[in-house]
Design a binder for this molecule. Structure first.
Ligand SMILES: NC(=O)C1=CN([C@@H]2O[C@H](COP(=O)(O)OP(=O)(O)OC[C@H]3O[C@@H](n4cnc5c(N)ncnc54)[C@H](O)[C@@H]3O)[C@@H](O)[C@H]2O)C=CC1
Ligand SMILES: O=C([O-])CC(=O)C(=O)O
Length: 339
């Protein structure tokens, strides 16, 4: 998460200092690139100095987005791909595939209400990724993440290309929010703040660990409850404020760009690249997928860290999230295995 500042600094110097850097060529493909998240995410990846090729795929709208972004004088060669017949070409040779394709929530909906539409979209896209870019790191943003990631795992198993170290559910936005809300509440500079967020990516399955936040500040029980609830409801706060016009897009693009940047730096062999992400895990024995701190390296998720010491309040939160997260994971497995 120290990448926060680094990424914005890099963005400013992208077209100069780094354009002739000696890091490997890296191709990033964004699937759903013409959408609310896809467009600003494409912009941020175009500004990332480690990206040499940027493939923007969507069922529609990508020629315009790609033409627009391609005029920016940074390193990444940008191409747009529209329609299923161009999906294979978009994916070919990708190192990192970011998937924000699918419908967003409207007020009154849960993320699980998106399952009906997004499950099939993710299934189709992962199937194509397995065929055309079997070695890529997969960053899944499409909701419900608690189910779409297990769907992806099952599809990849059927295709014979499943490597748990290369499949990630993007939960970075929960960490971004927890850092912001904690810094605001305690009146400290957000640039210095770290807050672990573990579990899943929906309601009570999002478990921020404010007892481990740094710099450490004492929180009353009431403060811990309020900050936890605000982090868990962060997505809903945006859905309600947008009043029918979708969910978080700009903050998600930022979070997605941070996570993809970490994946690339890991692939490039940079040491100590660590992020929170939803992966196949043994951290909580009942849950085959769980978000916790992961070390990213040349082969993907190279180490999954334990949770550390939880407060009594967080222990209770962990116990409470298990049934919902388990049921969402199982729902994903079942759909992924079907047909
Ligand atoms: N993981 C997280 O923290 C977050 C996840 N999300 C999720 O991200 C998803 C996208 O959200 P928005 O960008 O706001 O939605 P959007 O509707 O603005 O954009 C989605 C894009 O996906 C495209 N699409 C649909 N089917 C496709 C397919 N088969 N192949 C390629 N592209 C396809 C659409 O044409 C559209 O351009 C939603 O499911 C939303 O819930 C949103 C915020 C945070
Ligand atoms: O709340 C939503 O539907 C979108 C999302 O996942 C988030 O903003 O965290």
């Amino acid at each position: 998460m120290r990448g926060l500042l680094r990424l914005s600094q890099q963005a400013l110097t992208a077209s100069r200092a780094y354009s002739s850097s000696s890091t490997p060529e890296r191709k990033v493909a964004i699937l759903g690139a013409a959408g609310g998240i896809g467009q600003p995410l494409a912009l941020l990846m175009k500004m990332n100095p480690y990206v040499s090729d940027l493939a923007l795929y969507d069922i529609q709208g990508t020629p315009g987005v790609a033409a627009d972004i391609s005029h920016i004088n940074s390193k990444a060669k940008t191409r747009g791909y529209a329609g299923e017949e161009q999906l294979g070409e978009a994916l070919k040779g990708a190192d990192v595939i970011i998937i924000p394709a699918g419908v967003p929530r409207k007020p009154g909906m849960t993320r699980d209400d998106l399952f009906k539409i997004n499950a099939s979209i993710v299934k189709g896209l992962i199937s194509a990724a397995a065929e055309h870019a079997p070695g890529a790191l997969l960053n899944i943003i499409s909701n419900p993440v608690n189910s779409t990631v297990p769907i992806a795992a099952e599809v990849l198993k059927q295709k014979g290309t499943y490597d748990p170290k290369r499949l990630f559910g993007v939960t970075t936005l929960d960490v971004v929010r927890a850092r912001t809300f904690y810094a605001e509440a305690k009146g400290i500079s957000v640039a210095d703040v770290e807050v672990p967020v573990v579990g899943g990516h929906a309601g009570v399955t999002i478990l921020p660990l404010f007892s481990q936040a740094t710099p450490h500040k004492d929180l009353s029980h009431e403060e811990a409850i309020a900050l936890t609830k605000r982090t868990q409801d962060g997505g809903t706060e945006v859905v309600q404020a947008k009043a029918g016009k979708g969910s978080a897009t700009l903050s998600m693009a930022y979070a997605g760009a941070l996570f993809a940047d970490a994946c690339i730096r890991g692939l490039n062999g940079e040491p100590d690249v660590e992020e929170f992400t939803f992966v196949e895990s043994k951290v909580v024995s009942e849950l085959p997928f769980f978000s916790s701190k992961v070390k990213l390296g040349p082969t993907g998720a190279e180490k999954i860290f334990d949770l550390g010491k939880l407060s009594e309040f967080e222990e209770a939160g962990l116990k409470d999230l298990i049934p919902e997260l388990k049921s969402s994971i199982d729902k994903g497995f079942e759909f992924g295995r079907s047909g």
